[in-house]
Design a protein. Structure first.
Lengths: 312, 542
């Protein structure tokens, strides 16, 4: 069985499209996206009646045609941001009214995900190619129901999935981060959540852990060290492990065949932990490049026979 | 969810609080790294000993300024690559992604891995001549046999090389965090030491220097009237100094390829950049390297001025010429800071000054292997090297195998360097091979807007314009000019000691080794059912 795993595309539409094409491109039997599907940035496009104004990457554009508007929206989406069409008054409201930006973010994120899942229906031949998604710590709760309702995508969060010879358990929660995001829990609580789902696996020798947080201190979790003001120290060149000890302990204890992770974009790598092959393919979604892992799984031997980290 | 509006009263974007949204880093840290990489003490002063006498009609002062201006374009080109593809692995990542896996591996393996084996004995030699020899001479220590002179023997060179490799390996094992702290304090201490030297040379007269030089040379080495003796010995050997000044341009341009030995490395930390980026990153990345480079240039200019004022430019060049002709005065490398310390007739002061100035070395020595380990990691993750090459020991967090891949060959080459005089002349190969790697990164930056159009359009670098012209690709072209000029001169002129038959064979051997490694990796991985050609193939969007 060949599996393509990618993660942390953070709203990048070009990466989503590539993800949907990855099965055909790598001849994979299944595609898995390991969380953090939603973006972090919303770009207002201000409607001035007949023309629109928008600032993209520091450069201001005045758009005179519908085509130009659509082009800039595509550009914004491909970079992992949400284009938000607003009137000048709405923009003022967003700036002033408490909670207005949050509400608009939620609308843009859910609408975008809806569109993505419609795309998936066509690309994945209505569910013929298995596609698994789970949440990540940066994903809002509203996405769970939307993915659950998709006919062609399986929502894996907190579940045990039977993959015809292998068992996949998924967990989008992570240990605490400096940003206090949605799915975070202290290590003991995270360990309990992991145990709750792992205990359902009938055969751990055939288990795949799909945990968003990478295991602590394995090189899959190296992020730039920050000072108290969230400023990287020493030019961003000083890295420190920020993964989860609960995830590490679960892997060490249960020794699944494979453990796939994300969360720490810059820590692309592979680590052998006893019997377990642990992988973080990393993410460079902002570049429009879909980093991923192509994994050959041997059903008979219950092992990963080949892997390749790719920049698709 | 917490959000933040950017753009003042009329926001141009909204950010929600999410993992990885960090504030910009301090330019100071990358500036220190760049300044220590273009180390005007360990590499610069070391190189001037050779460059001045090799091209006596050229002007070091002008050549350093010209080199600084030219290398500034390399800084712009590399800043463009860093903000467009900000990945640990630097040149390896950029070249494999833009120019292709095979070419990228060969260039990165030779320029960031194999050639650094040769840098180990060079670093060792610098430690010997700027630390062990002057301190031993000042303290008149006679152990080991021969005292300070022992460090110039074959055994001495080899042992100091091994010491250097051990120190560099130790600093890498500390991790970037520990090393950065050491670097910061070494940089500050080194600057203080240099300020003391400048003060000594600024506030003492030429006559006072001559008198002190003669006094200390007699005291330490038993040489009478050493100042005049030095000048006579140089004149006898046929060396004539050009007075200190700015021109002529032609012979001065011949010095530019020699200056690259120390000034070509402001981008040395480029392999270490992770994924941190933002709208203003180009300015930050550029500023760190640019100001690091220009602090080096300014310190060098100050050094030349105070040397010319108090030591005497002709005398300084005469000292260098004697060393260049393998007859160094007092049998010791002419370390200007040793002689500056002689202005204070106090052994403790002289030793403390040398120790403080050695911080330029100890803050810099870790750069020897640090970047190489990142390149080895990146190649191992791409399955070109065995998986083991990227392993880090869980207990000590040491990248054991990648360090072995650096240390073991470095020790062997260190031995060859120590015991073969011919091999020592390959020193400038060390610059040449890295320059070739840089050349391909410069080509990559020029081709980037054409090969990776979307990536380029999305990059902050594409918005850096002067008179409407994108400055990063233009800087790439100017950098290609710089590197091609240097490569042609190195291979054409005998004075650089690069174009010898043996030297060329040595360099060719490294490229062949890299090609063989890559071909073997492709074959082995294909047999394992892994197609390395897939690594950088882009998935279609539609």
């Amino acid at each position: 069985m060949k599996v393509f795993f990618a993660t942390d595309i953070h709203g990048s539409e070009v990466c989503w499209r590539k993800f949907l094409n990855a099965a055909a491109f790598y001849k994979a039997d299944m595609v898995v996206l390991g969380g953090d599907v939603t973006g972090k940035v919303m770009v207002p496009i201000v409607d001035h009646g007949g023309h629109w104004k928008v600032t993209v990457r520091g450069q201001e554009y005045t758009l005179d045609s519908q085509q130009a508007l659509e082009d800039i929206k595509t550009q914004i989406r491909n970079a992992g941001s949400y284009p938000a069409l607003v009137t000048p008054d709405e923009l003022q409201e967003l700036s002033r009214e408490e909670g207005a930006v949050d509400r608009r973010f939620t609308v843009e994120m859910t609408q975008s995900l809806d569109r993505w899942l419609d795309m998936a229906d066509g690309k994945l031949r209505g569910g013929e190619i298995p596609c698994i998604l789970n949440g990540g710590n940066d994903d809002i709760w509203e996405i769970d129901d939307i993915i659950e309702q998709s006919p062609c995508v399986s929502f894996a969060e907190g579940k045990l999935l039977d993959l015809d010879g292998f068992w996949m358990v998924s967990m989008g929660w992570t240990n605490p981060t400096p940003w206090d995001t949605f799915r975070e829990a202290p290590e003991p609580e995270l360990a309990a959540k992991i145990e709750a789902v792992v205990s359902q696996v009938p055969d751990l020798g055939r288990a795949i852990f799909n945990f968003h947080a990478p295991p602590y201190g394995t090189g899959l979790d190296e992020a730039p060290a920050l000072d108290a003001t969230l400023r990287p120290i020493h030019g961003g060149a000083v890295m420190k492990p920020v993964g989860s000890t609960a995830v590490r302990d679960a892997i060490t204890k249960h020794q699944p065949m494979l453990s796939v992770h994300g969360h720490i974009h810059e820590s692309r790598g592979v680590k052998k932990m006893g019997r377990t092959l642990a992988i973080n393919p990393g993410s460079v979604y902002g570049d429009g490049v879909l980093q991923g892992a192509v994994l050959d799984l041997n059903v008979k031997k219950a092992k990963v026979t080949r892997y390749l980290l790719v920049n698709g | 969810m917490a959000t933040e509006a950017v753009g003042g009263e009329t926001p141009t974007l909204f950010l929600r609080k999410a993992t990885g949204l960090v504030r910009g880093w301090s330019v100071r840290d990358s500036l220190i790294y760049a300044c220590l990489a273009t180390n005007f003490v360990t590499l610069g002063i070391y190189e001037f000993t050779f460059a001045g006498p090799a091209f006596p009609k050229g002007q070091l002062l002008t050549s350093v300024v010209i080199s600084g201006i030219w290398v500034s374009f390399l800084v712009i080109a590399y800043a463009g690559l860093i903000v467009t593809i900000p990945r640990a692995g630097g040149d390896y990542v950029w070249q494999t992604r833009i120019l292709g896996s095979g070419l990228g591996f060969v260039m990165a393996a030779t320029g960031w891995w194999f050639i650094l084996w040769l840098w180990a004995p060079i670093y060792g030699n610098i430690l010997s001549v700027q630390f062990f020899q002057p301190i031993w001479a000042t303290l008149k220590w006679t152990w080991p046999g021969g005292g300070y002179a022992w460090f110039g023997t074959k055994n001495g060179v080899f042992i100091v090389t091994v010491i250097t490799i051990v120190i560099a390996g130790f600093l890498v094992s500390l991790g970037m965090g520990g090393y950065a702290r050491i670097q910061k304090w070494c940089f500050i201490g080194g600057l203080v030491g240099f300020a003391v030297v400048v003060g000594l040379l600024l506030f003492n007269s030429h006559a006072s220097f001559v008198s002190s030089f003669n006094y200390e040379a007699h005291k330490l080495f038993g040489v009478n009237n050493a100042y005049n003796a030095t000048n006579h010995a140089a004149a006898k050997a046929g060396y004539t100094t050009t007075p200190f000044g700015f021109g002529p341009l032609g012979p001065t341009m011949l010095l530019v390829p020699a200056m690259m030995f120390f000034i070509l490395w402001p981008n040395w930390g480029a392999t270490l950049y992770g994924e941190i980026r933002g709208a203003s990153d180009f300015r930050r990345v550029f500023s760190g390297m640019f100001f690091g480079l220009w602090i080096t240039v300014i310190l060098t200019v100050i050094f030349f001025l105070v040397m010319a004022k108090t030591v005497g430019w002709g005398f300084y060049q005469n000292l260098n010429s004697l060393d260049y002709n393998l007859t160094p005065q007092f049998g010791i490398w002419p370390y200007p800071f040793l002689f500056a310390g002689w202005l204070v007739h106090n052994t403790a002061f002289q030793v403390i000054l040398l120790l403080v100035l050695s911080l330029w070395f100890f803050g810099w020595v870790g750069t020897l292997f640090l970047s190489s380990t990142r390149v080895i990691f990146a190649a191992a993750f791409d399955r070109v090297l065995p998986d083991r090459a990227a392993e880090v020991s869980e207990k000590r967090k040491v990248p054991f195998w990648s360090l072995i891949l650096m240390l073991a060959p470095a020790v062997i080459l260190g031995a060859i360097y120590a015991y073969s005089a011919t091999f020592r002349t390959y020193t400038l190969d060390a610059t040449l091979v890295i320059a070739v790697t840089y050349l391909f990164s410069a080509i990559a930056v020029v081709l980037l807007p054409f090969i990776k159009k979307d990536l380029w359009r999305a990059s902050p670098a594409s918005r850096i314009k002067v008179f409407g012209v994108q400055i990063v690709p233009v800087s790439g072209v100017i950098t290609i000019g710089l590197l091609v000029y240097n490569l042609v001169m190195w291979l054409w002129k005998d004075q650089y000691f690069v174009n010898s038959h043996d030297s060329l064979l040595y360099m060719a051997g490294m490229y062949v080794l890299a090609i063989v490694l890559y071909v073997v990796a492709r074959l082995v991985r294909r047999r394992q059912g892994i197609d390395l050609g897939l690594i950088n193939k882009e998935i279609p969007v539609e």
